[in-house]
Ligand binder design. Sequence first.
Ligand code: GLN
Length: 475
Amino acid sequence: MQVSSYEDLRSKIVSRMITCEEVVRFFLERIDRLSNHNIYITVFHDQALERARMLDRKLRDGVSPGKLFGMPMAIKDNISIKGSRLTCASKILEHYESVYDATSVLRLEAEDAIFLGKTNMDEFAMGSSNENSAYGIVPNPFDNKRVPGGSSGGSAAAVANGLAMVALGSDTGGSVRQPAGFCDIVGLKPTYGRISRYGLVAFASSFDQIGVLARNCDDAALVLEVMAGRDERDATSSSHIVPDYSSVMATVSVEGLKIGVPKEYFPETLNADVARMVKGKLFELRDQGAELVDITLPDSEYAIAAYYILVTAEASSNLARFDGARYGYRSEQAEDLAAMYVNSRTDAFGREVKRRIMLGTYVLSAGYYDTYYKKAQQVRRVFQDRYREALEKVDVIAGPTSPFPPFGIGDKTGDPLDMYLADVFTVPASIVGMPAVSVPLGFDSLNLPVGMHLVCNFFEEGKLLGIAKRIQRSF
Ligand code: GLN
């Protein structure tokens, strides 16, 4: 089955050239063939086929097809689908079943999407390589000795390997954009509050956003449009109007576009291929009529420092609910209640999750709160102010998605700080809450994917994807 985009697939389904059941069978077969890649944690073999047959019947009965009719999708395993297993790639939730649907899941279903299964990730979305999973390593689709990025590594590998057309991920500091960059696909993190977080397992609530991984910007825009908008069940969701993204995208042109290029995003230490490819693309855009504007932003290293204080603080509080009593795994070895809590958490959380809970508890403790947490909040504010100022002068801020191409499996697991630097360019947009996207630029001298990172002002997803589309189209 050759389909280039959802629009293409949709027209084949609606014109009865192909049935939803055939589409689902095709994808399930590919998923099973690549099962040793650990891309999916759970595959919905029966449910997906059943749903496909139901949609085929609907079409035969003349019911008008929804916006995502028959779209085969993968869902990151930290997003709830009622009655299905939800693990967050953690042993602590190994046998947990969601008791309700995430709002985004309900909205996708209402437009006739089909879910193929739940994808692998770093445990509780903490990581940049998908190596912090209790459900196996996911190889990079272009070099199986390398990582696919993380934490939405399973979702990115699913789309890149053709095991789903579009996938949902979650992005707290780069977890949709960085794996998209590592897997040669588009990864969009919307404005904070654009998509309801109801049903997304919380890591750091003031950063977390559901995002979209797709092969092209049009598919990403369509899925965003379906999920976006106010939700009574998430008080941080925005009631800002949801536009028709495809028509906003169509108004964007490279001619006259002001692209902010922060020198802080092109440090000496940047991988030479990444620097060459991102700059090459910027010069190409200039040749097409865009204006490159030198801007300065706070050093992205401060973003990493502030980010890891703020997210660990929020995580230590959010993950307190996994105590062995309410959800999932409970240790058998426990003389009293306190020992049951401690032993359950000790046995079933992985190393990185424990590290972050300890770090977060430390930065929030009485004597250190002002030194670390309060300071990090102030840094967050400085970033917000500086990004706002910059985007008064330019339309978009551009740079690399990651400072290096996909790295080897095991290369960074021994050095958490080195691993944290994988997000040095994606974390700032999460700190400020602005929408950002990673667009594939092609392949470096080792044949590894390189992505370009773009940030626009709050709620400018249409413009952002319009620019991204112009960039993706021309290579
Ligand atoms: N890699 C970053 C971290 O480990 C980002 C994770 C994310 O966006 N969920 O926190």
